[in-house]
Structures are given as structure tokens and as C-alpha cells.
Design a protein around this ligand. Structure first.
Ligand code: FCB
Length: 445
């Protein structure tokens, strides 16, 4: 029944990211990224885990493509590792690095799976960090060159391309709270990174379009589904500020050509980074955008905190996934309606949604019923949005398989497929079987 609530051309896919699955960290000319450096620093990643081997996907490409085809995935969202293509970030092009993605794209074509590429899923070439990384304006030009090189060599076999995955994470987790690479903790750095990332997006879109004007181009944002902790005036205003700080910082310049006024006022460092013409460059028309949604963001007023002067408010729903994130499917429709109310947005995909469910293998099977239930409930909300005419074109489950979950290392599992990291054995979980049935039923509807 669920399958029939989606139009025929709705796409069901699976998603991954390069550093989380590829491993082969020094193979074929790849040099370190900021995540290699960060994960090798004691105390940064749980258990001291690194992406050195990860799911060894780089060496198991064909088997993993078969796995994907076995699930019936209609589209695959993956990311390209900048440090494989331009190991120094700038300068020489490593054709051997591009060869891997050539094989990936040919393998997808051969299996009839659409290719959704992400240019930046957090693995900045470490060499660029030496000059300030995302806080340095030159990184935006380096990114644009990288975008052009990738589009030129691979663009003929891509179905869509996006510049960034979740700039909120690379900007704020990377530069304000320090839980992600490069581990910086300063509002000044975060504001520089926000603007340079936005600028890189704009320049990147121009570089993609210069190579392939017809390739559908967008960006993936983990827009927060911001909910005020109470109906009080103070909490509702706090939620507005939190929206500006977390969503408006990207949606404003990208879709309206302006940063939110409250952000410019609350974070005075931001203005110093904006040069004439930047906002026009950032405000490129996009063919689509991607929404990653997992959990709502509940906030209350806290005048003592730095901008946006909010505190995290407790979860309302009792259910949580194994990573501790509140399960609230209504947050998905809340954020979509909020954003389409505020901005003029193109069509969108849900480019990530899924649950951490650490259920292990028992008698050769993984009965991850919590994940299955989570995905089913969120897909039901997605179907409601389609019925209400929101331009939702597809859904990607995060993730194809268990992988390196950033600061949580291998301790948190999001896969439809279980990975035994000792043997690299893949086992399709109950949720994976369920997803396969759903896609098959949709195909027949
Ligand atoms: C998102 C990331 C993705 C994965 C999921 C669980 O924030 O884009 O790489 O880690 O969360």
C-alpha cells in the first residue's frame, strides 16, 4: 500500500559517502583529507576508529554494486573524494583517482541504476587546511576547479550532481563545536567557513554549468526542523533565531541572495567576509535540492548563550534511535512546509533519512525492526507531502551499508546491509529486504 502512494517516476535509492565506506586511504595517489588527520588524532573519534579501511569499498566495488542492484535500488547517491582527484587540493590531477569513479559510473549504468554524485562530503584535502581550509577564501576557488574537473571527466554519466553535503555539519560541527574535522571551536572561524562554503557552492555551480549546462545541479542541506519548546513568546522568537542561524545561513544566500538580518546582527564577524558580488555568485538558480532529515531540533530561549541565544530543549517523543536521536516523523513535514513557506525552492529529494539501529547478527540474520519501522513511518510522511503537491521526487535511505559514522566511528550502524568489519562480510538486514519489497511493489504498481 505504501508503494502505491508514490508516483511512477518517484525514485527510491540508497546513499553513502566516500570517507565513510571507501577505505584504501593511500591507494593510487590519494593523499590525506582533514578526516584522515582528525581520525588519527587520539580522542577525536570513538574507539580511535579511522576510515583507513572502512568498508573497503574501493576494493569491493563490483560486489557492492551487485548488492545495491540486489536491493533493487533505482538510484545511488555517493560522494567523490576530492583527495583522490586532486591529492594536494590544487595543482596536479590524479587521473587514477578519477578512474575509480569511471568504473563506479559504468557499473551503475550496466545495472540500470541512476548516479547521484556529491562533490563534497567533508573530505577536504589536508593540504588546503594548511592555508586555513574552509576559513580561507582561496578554498572556494580550489573547489570550483575541482568541480569543473569532475564534471568534465564524469559528467556525461551523471544523472545529477550536488556541490555540498550538509554544509551545516562541515561549518558548525567542524568550526564551532569541534566534534568534526578540523575540530575548530570559534564563532569567528564558523562565520568565515559559512561564507567561504556558500561562495564555493556558487562558484562550483558555475564551473559545473560551464562544462555541462544541462546536468541537473543542486545542493544537499540538513535543514533543521526547528520546534519551539513552548508557545511562549520568548521560545517562539528563540526558534526564529535558531532557524536563521541553522537554516537561513545557507537558504538565505542560496535562494534569496541575502543572509538573514538577525544573523548579520548576532554574528558581526560574518559581514567582514562578504565582498561585492559574492551574494550574486552564491544565488545561482538550482535544478533541485536535497533534504537530509533524521530528528527534530527543539529549542528554548536562553539569553545567556551566544547567538542564537537558545538552549537545546528535551525530546518530546519517548522513542529514540540507538544514537540517541528522537524519532519524530512529523518533523519531516514540519521542516518541508516551513521551508517552502519561507523560500522559493525548486523540486527536492529526501537525500538522506534512516535510523541508527545497532541490532547485530543472530543466526545469520539481522532483525532491525526499529530501523524498518522508522523508514516506513518517514516514508508515509513523504507520501503525505507528495499528496499535498510538494515537489518531492525521490527518497534515499541512509545508508546502503554500515559504515564509519564520523565521530562515533564504527559504533553506530545505519546500514540496510550489515558489515562485519573483521571479515568485510555483507549481510542484508530485515530492513533491506523490506526496502527491496517496497521498491519491487512500486515498480509493479
Ligand atoms: C548525516 C551525514 C551522513 C551520515 C548520517 C547519519 O549527517 O550526512 O554522512 O553520517 O548523518
Amino acid at each position: 500500500k505504501l508503494a502505491r502512494r508514490f508516483p511512477q517516476d518517484f525514485l527510491f535509492g540508497v546513499a553513502t559517502a566516500s570517507y565513510q565506506i571507501e577505505g584504501a586511504a593511500t591507494a593510487d595517489g590519494r593523499k590525506p583529507s582533514i578526516w584522515d588527520a582528525f581520525s588519527h588524532m587520539p580522542g577525536r573519534v570513538k574507539g580511535g576508529d579511522t576510515g583507513d579501511v572502512a568498508c573497503d569499498h574501493y576494493n569491493r566495488l563490483d560486489a557492492d554494486l551487485d548488492l545495491m542492484a540486489g536491493l533493487g535500488a533505482e538510484a545511488y547517491r555517493f560522494s567523490i573524494a576530492w583527495p583522490r582527484i586532486l591529492p594536494d587540493g590544487t595543482g596536479w590531477i590524479n587521473e587514477t583517482g578519477l578512474d575509480f569513479y569511471d568504473r563506479l559510473l559504468d557499473g551503475l549504468k550496466a545495472r540500470g541504476i541512476k548516479a547521484f554524485a556529491t562533490l563534497y562530503h567533508w573530505d577536504l584535502p589536508l593540504a588546503l587546511m594548511g592555508r586555513g581550509g574552509w576559513t580561507d577564501r582561496d578554498t572556494a576557488s580550489a573547489f570550483a576547479r575541482y568541480a569543473g574537473i569532475v564534471t568534465k571527466r564524469l559528467g556525461d554519466r551523471l544523472d545529477t550532481i550536488v556541490t555540498f553535503n550538509e554544509p551545516w555539519c562541515s561549518v558548525y560541527l567542524g568550526h564551532l563545536t569541534g566534534v568534526h574535522a578540523p575540530g575548530e571551536r570559534a564563532m569567528e572561524a564558523a562565520m568565515a567557513a559559512a561564507h567561504v562554503t556558500n561562495l564555493a557552492h556558487g562558484l562550483g555551480v558555475q564551473a559545473i554549468r560551464a562544462e555541462r549546462p544541462t546536468l541537473p545541479t543542486g545542493i544537499v542541506l540538513n535543514a533543521m526542523s526547528v520546534m519551539a519548546a513552548s508557545d511562549s513568546d520568548a521560545d517562539r522568537k528563540a526558534a526564529e533565531r535558531a532557524s536563521d542561524f541553522n537554516n537561513g545561513v545557507f537558504f538565505g544566500p542560496l535562494f534569496q541572495g541575502a543572509y538573514p538580518a538577525s544573523l548579520l546582527e548576532g554574528c558581526p564577524d560574518l559581514a567582514g567576509h562578504i565582498r561585492d558580488g559574492d551574494l550574486e555568485t552564491i544565488n545561482q538558480p538550482l535544478d533541485f535540492w536535497g533534504l537530509n532529515y533524521y530528528t527534530p531540533t527543539r529549542v528554548s530561549d536562553n539569553p545567556d548563550a551566544a547567538f542564537p541565544h537558545t538552549a537545546d530543549a528535551p525530546a518530546v517523543r519517548p522513542e529514540k534511535t540507538d544514537i540517541g536521536w528522537e524519532i519524530e516523523p512529523a518533523g519531516l513535514s514540519h521542516v518541508v512546509k516551513d521551508l517552502y513557506g519561507r523560500y522559493e525552492l525548486p523540486p527536492f529529494y529526501i537525500t538522506e533519512n534512516g535510523a541508527c539501529d545497532n541490532t547485530g547478527i543472530e543466526n545469520g540474520a539481522v532483525s532491525d525492526t526499529m530501523r524498518l519501522d522508522y523508514i516506513a513511518r518517514h516514508l508515509s510522511v513523504a507520501a503525505d507531502l507528495v499528496a499535498e503537491d510538494y515537489p518531492l521526487k525521490g527518497y534515499f535511505a541512509w545508508s546502503l551499508m554500515d559504515n564509519f559514522e564520523w565521530a562515533e566511528g564504527y559504533s553506530m550502524r545505519f546500514g540496510l546491509v550489515h558489515v562485519d568489519y573483521e571479515t568485510q562480510t555483507r549481510t542484508v538486514k530485515q530492513s533491506g529486504e523490506w526496502y527491496r519489497h517496497l521498491i519491487a511493489a512500486h515498480g509493479k504498481a
